[in-house]
Design a protein. Structure first.
Length: 318
């Protein structure tokens, strides 16, 4: 995605971006208003406030306001790594939300993936504003419990596709994948694998999340999001441990638009024969493992057999 430049004048570097940096992180923000990216950047570069950010993304474009090798005052952690070593990306239209916001969020996944590739930044260093200073930002993503989903979309764009359903790499610090089902209320989600780390938000009964690994009894829910694996309020099902017969006859539905299904058990794009949109799906015959990752063997109303991802990031079972 092209990132259009409207850079702050160099004579304002002392206020807006006084320090050079080699970016090590990417921080995601919501603007908490309904202005487009052009207005966000224009206001930031025009005023003399010691508040700044690198890129604003809306439903149509991405605009850069600061040099990416200079710091921004966006993360609220003074001279910490958020302000001094992080590229800050603002997602527009978050106040009212709706289709404009979700399209802006989609565009942000592309921008973040591009920045990761350009600077060699790993997915576990894509962080929320909240993780640096405790500010409840990106507010809409946190309100709607979709940070984990955003991280997965970034990962998939990075790996070469939009709503790709190909298996993804487990963070190096972790080693077990699966699904976490929240069976209690006010369960703390933290920004590190330990009770000393800050609380990002609280999870509640009925929620379910993809698990990308486990470390010292803590489950990784994507990026720097961790929850303690306590069976009194979490049911953790390791990948491949689900009894195939327990899902036979149930319906699997897509959570996203444009989810691939295939005519054979594979992850190859050559075997894709169609897509389903959110709310549509198939009847499950069985759960199968394909190259170490799960798929559902399914059939439609005409009895035709297909294969679709079993990742809870992309599908529900009802």
């Amino acid at each position: 995605m092209e990132i259009r430049k409207n850079l702050v004048d160099a004579n304002k570097y002392g206020t807006k971006c006084p320090y050079t940096m080699n970016p090590e992180y990417i921080t995601v923000h919501n603007t908490y208003n309904d202005a487009p990216a052009e207005n966000e950047i224009a206001y930031m570069v025009r005023n003399n406030n010691q508040v700044s950010f690198h890129i604003a993304v809306d439903d149509k474009e991405a605009i850069q306001g600061l040099p990416l090798e200079r710091n921004a005052w966006a993360c609220g952690d003074d001279n910490g790594a958020g302000n001094r070593k992080s590229i800050s990306v603002e997602i527009c239209y978050s106040l009212s939300g709706g289709e404009r916001y979700y399209k802006a969020e989609d565009n942000a996944t592309i921008v973040v993936a591009q920045l990761m590739k350009r600077y060699g930044i790993p997915i576990n260093k894509v962080r929320t504003h909240q993780s640096w200073s405790g500010k409840y930002c990106p507010h809409r993503m946190l309100d709607e419990g979709r940070w984990n989903y955003f991280i997965e979309r970034v990962r998939n764009v990075y790996n070469g596709g939009g709503h790709s359903d190909e298996p993804t790499i487990v963070p190096p610090s972790s080693n077990e994948t699966g699904a976490a089902y929240i069976e209690g209320n006010r369960v703390n989600l933290r920004n590190g694998a330990g009770s000393a780390y800050g609380v990002i938000r609280q999870l509640n009964k009925g929620e379910a999340y993809q698990v990308w690994g486990q470390k010292d009894g803590w489950l990784n829910l994507g990026g720097e999001q961790w929850v303690y694996n306590d069976p009194s309020y979490i049911r953790f099902e390791k990948e491949g441990n689900t009894n195939s017969s327990s899902v036979a006859g149930k319906r699997v539905e897509s959570k996203v638009n444009g989810l691939n299904f295939r005519n054979r058990p594979s992850w190859s794009s050559a075997d894709v024969v169609g897509t389903v949109d959110a709310g549509y799906g198939f009847t499950i015959d069985e759960k199968v493992m394909v190259d170490g990752s799960p798929q559902y063997k399914v059939h439609n109303s005409k009895g035709q057999t297909f294969y679709i991802t079993a990742s809870e990031t992309y599908v529900w079972v009802k």
